[in-house]
Design a binder for this molecule. Structure first.
Ligand code: HAM
Length: 420
């Protein structure tokens, strides 16, 4: 019979990997909490119009990467390709702006984009993201970037670079775009077909093209940062000054335009040379017009999202905490086997992780299983031990053994575990 396989670009996270994931998620939650962000859980699917209107109809995500399908009544639905749109939709729908501002939200969860799968690029991937609503103050941008930087540094991810740019206000872009388009027209013969099309639909995106010929052709393209209004320039300077004051190193990248259209002013990305082609660990920026564009009151906002698969790929093993020690109950003989079931239950109820393998009937087989399951201790429990009222505790690493009274085993292991 043909076996059914998982979908391309959609990965299982198996038990060997989940501790790594839980660790990353726990650290993300901890850092978000330290900065005063509270968790929001928004749905995995939304009406398609939400993403088209927020991310932008002419972006790669909306044009070719969304998983879109009709609901039974014909309404077009889409699996969320990112978390900002849904968070803003919820902010507007629940009239959250009526509550005191600022408001700070974070989320963790799966996102979906139909991209060509490769290492660090999946069709179902996971993001940790934060969204800070209610102020245009540059200190909010600094806070969000600093949260991202501290979180990634805490995980000891190698070779991180923070890249910064300003996308100006919509008025700044309106003055800059004709300058950029006229420059691009002069170079159009050297641009890829996609960029020729983008020149008409979304010219800023040409600066972000990864095709080497396009990059060379636009090497000396005019910079948006040379067309910033005094307010936008001052905002950018304040953000950069704040990063310097907090000792967060950055590099200016005038090509950083982001693949989503809702951004204005600050745009940033954290890359690592350890990720190959998919070098962005996380990215974000300011989006002061989005709440209003989705029907809410004017509410400036700034946020970021990181890809958890990419973090997991880069996370050094030494960053991971050790697994809590587990006790293996090696029970054999008729009375020993019964006592073994009871002992496991008593250990677990006391808070001590305990396991056994019921297929093993001999001490040798049990000890092999204890090794395979990487249990730190084994309790050797046969009929003689039951009669004696005590069992042998074996340290599987040092091979040291000692006799412990059966009734005292739970408190014995609690002591040992809390000391380790
Ligand atoms: P984004 O740059 O599209 O921004 O995605 C953020 C991060 O998600 C990327 O840097 C990358 O690590 C990860 N990512 C994106 N696509 C994939 C994929 N196909 N496979 C694996 N990882 C991926 C956003 O999503 C914005 N919503 C960020 C934001 C929040 N801006 C303001 N608030």
């Amino acid at each position: 019979m043909m076996t059914i396989k998982g979908i391309k670009g959609v990965k299982d996270i198996l038990p060997e990997e989940t501790p790594r994931w839980r660790f990353i998620e726990e650290r993300a939650t901890r850092w978000a909490g330290r900065y005063g962000f509270r968790e929001i859980r928004v749905p995995i699917f939304e009406v398609t119009a939400l993403f088209a209107r927020s991310i932008g109809a002419t972006t790669d995500i909306v044009e070719k990467e969304m998983y879109t399908f009709p609901d039974r009544d014909g309404t077009s639905l889409t699996l969320r390709p990112e978390g900002t749109a849904g968070t803003v939709r919820a902010f507007v729908e629940h009239n959250r702006a009526a509550n005191p501002l600022p408001q700070k939200y974070f989320y963790l969860g799966p996102m979906f984009r139909h991209e060509r799968p490769q290492a660090g690029r999946l069709r179902q991937f996971h993001q940790f993201g934060v969204e800070y609503f209610g102020t245009q103050d540059a200190r909010a941008d600094i806070e969000v970037i600093s949260l991202l930087w501290r979180f990634l540094s805490d995980l000891h991810l190698p070779d991180l670079t923070l890249e910064m740019n300003s996308l100006g206000t919509s008025t700044d872009r309106a003055t800059y775009l004709p300058v950029l388009v006229s420059f691009l027209k002069g170079r159009s013969a050297r641009l890829c077909d996609n960029c020729k099309r983008r020149m008409e639909t979304n010219p800023l995106r040409v600066l972000d093209c990864k095709v080497p010929e396009c990059r060379a052709a636009t090497e000396d393209a005019p910079h948006l940062t040379s067309h910033l209004s005094p307010d936008a320039k001052s905002h950018f300077d304040q953000v950069l000054g704040g990063l310097t004051a907090l000792d967060i190193p950055y590099k200016l990248n005038p090509r950083l335009v982001r693949g989503l259209d809702y951004y204005c002013l600050t745009a940033f990305e954290i890359t690592s040379t350890h990720l190959g082609a998919q070098n962005a660990v996380g990215a974000g920026g300011r989006y002061d017009g989005l709440v209003e564009a989705l029907g809410g009151p004017k509410t400036p906002a700034v946020g970021f999202a990181v890809g958890l698969e990419r973090i997991s790929l880069m996370l050094p093993d030494h960053s991971l905490p050790e697994m809590p020690p587990t006790v293996y109950v090696a029970a054999f003989g008729s009375e020993g086997s019964q006592a073994g079931v009871l002992l496991q239950e008593q250990l677990r109820q006391a808070g001590v992780p305990a396991q056994s393998d019921y297929r093993s009937g001999t001490l040798k087989a049990h000890l092999r299983q204890a090794d395979r399951a990487k249990c730190r201790y084994a309790v050797l429990l046969g009929d003689d031990e039951v009669k004696r009222g005590s069992a042998t505790v074996r340290d599987m690493e040092t091979k040291a053994q000692e006799d412990v009274v059966l009734a005292q085993l739970p408190s014995y292991f609690l002591r040992v575990i809390s000391a380790s």
